[in-house]
Design a protein around this ligand. Structure first.
Ligand code: ACO
Length: 392
């Protein structure tokens, strides 16, 4: 296609830079995964097995639990952590436990009960809790053969468990768990179904791949990645183009669904531009008469020319898109600029809005803007009515 330029880099950036590629979730998971790969942290699963190193870690974990779960009796925590039917998945850094989850697998019922879950206070909300849970799920599925977890979540930890995929609705058949787990006061029973396939410890790569697949699909269905060259558009004074650029020559316009019959199309059909693209002379005459009446109005003086920066030094810092009656007159006289009446009215509205934005309501400029705007609107309306009448 002539004039079409698809830049590979631009395409890529639309799908990778403009869109969010890493949520906080992925960023934290990836950073912890890298730490794991570098050997700075490790996730282990241990139980009371008389191995010295494991016993030290278990005692450190027990200490984290007693500090982080003050409502739990210490003796109860020690008992379960050291109970040989319980296992503890822990995050270890520099040979010290940073946090962990103690759970009891019920192998025949294929579910596990999470007894305690905590991260040392100075390490919370850094992603350890999530990565720990992901390691736990992967291990519980692949090593223990479990399909579900149940836990009595502390009221203030419900938010964390919801983010880890736990629900307050229990779908697991009651016969599978009833009688196995004890009721706790002050906690909410929550359930998590372990997915049979999810790569829990590599979720961020999966999310990346899914995102790429979605981007690929969007590229198939949409053309928003196609970048066309810009147009050489130089303006004279008052924003009037130096050289008229034919609309059909604007790269990408037709491809975006534009057709030549839309050129100069206006609500006021009798002012439609002619097919060769020139402004309707009736429209030019109409706009000139409205402008003349507006300029003759007693309140037009603040608007008759562009604001002088020597009088109002900060004006152009505040008003980024200025407009005035002189600029509008030039645009009308160029017979190239205002192709529709709507464009002319839009410039006038912008001029009045600028005045009301920059000046406060008690100022003379603001009041002039209010009165002149009312006059301008009625002049356009009355003018259109008499124009129509004259046409009939
Ligand atoms: N309530 C609501 N949201 C939480 C909570 C909480 N108490 N703690 C963490 N989150 C959110 C985080 O803001 C984060 O959200 P985001 O992904 O939208 O940013 C998400 O959960 C995961 O955060 P992580 O950094 O992975 O979690 P963290 O390492 O802090 O571990 C934990 C969470 C274990 C709850 C930790 O905060 C903790 O030890 N808290 C005190 C002890 C506790 O309450 N344990 C649970 C008791 S219930 C039980 O043991 C069965």
């Amino acid at each position: 296609m002539q004039g079409l330029m698809v830049k590979d880099d631009a395409v890529k950036s639309i799908f990778t830079e403009n869109l969010q590629t890493h949520g906080a979730y992925c960023a934290r998971e990836e950073s912890l995964k890298r730490e794991e790969e570098a050997g700075d942290i490790k996730f282990v699963c241990v139980s009371n097995n008389n191995i010295d190193e494991h016993m030290i870690w278990l005692i450190e974990l027990k200490n984290i639990f007693t500090r982080q779960l003050p409502n739990m009796p210490k003796e109860y925590i020690v008992r379960l952590v050291m109970d040989r039917r319980h296992k503890s998945v822990m995050v270890i850094r520099r040979n010290n436990a940073v946090g962990g989850i103690t759970y009891r697998p019920y192998f025949s019922q294929k579910f596990g009960e999470i007894a305690f879950c905590a991260i040392a206070s100075n390490e919370q909300v850094k992603g350890y809790g999530t990565r720990l849970m992901n390691h736990l799920k992967q291990r519980a599925r692949d090593v223990d053969g479990l399909t579900h977890f149940l836990t009595y979540a502390d009221n203030n930890a419900v938010g964390y468990f919801i983010k880890q995929g736990f629900t307050k609705d229990i779908f697991l058949e009651k016969e599978r768990w009833h009688g196995c787990i004890k009721d706790y006061d002050g906690g909410i029973l929550m359930e998590c179904k372990i997915d049979p396939k999810f790569p829990y410890t590599d979720l961020s790569s999966m999310i990346h791949r899914q995102r790429e697949a979605i981007d690929e699909k969007i590229r198939e269905l949409s053309n928003c990645h196609i970048v066309y060259p810009g147009i050489d558009f130089q303006k004279k004074e008052a924003g009037i183009p130096k050289r008229i650029c034919k609309l059909e020559d604007i790269p990408g316009l037709k491809e975006a669904g534009w057709s030549p019959d839309q050129w100069g199309h206006t609500r006021f059909k009798y002012f439609n531009a002619s097919p060769d693209g020139t402004v309707n002379p009736k429209l030019t005459g109409f706009m000139l008469s409205v402008l003349k009446a507006t300029l003759d109005h007693v309140d037009s003086w603040p608007f008759d020319k562009p604001v002088d920066v020597r009088d109002v030094p900060d004006y152009y810092h505040v008003i980024r898109d200025p407009m005035d009656l002189k600029t509008m007159s030039r645009r009308v006289e160029s017979e190239q600029y205002y192709v529709t009446l709507e464009m002319f009215i839009a410039d006038a509205r912008k001029m009045f809005a600028n005045a009301k934005n920059y000046n406060s309501p008690e100022t003379v400029y603001y009041r002039c803007a209010i009165r002149l705007e009312a006059f301008f609107s009625s002049t356009v309306q009355v003018g259109l009515q008499s124009f129509l009448h004259f046409q009939q």
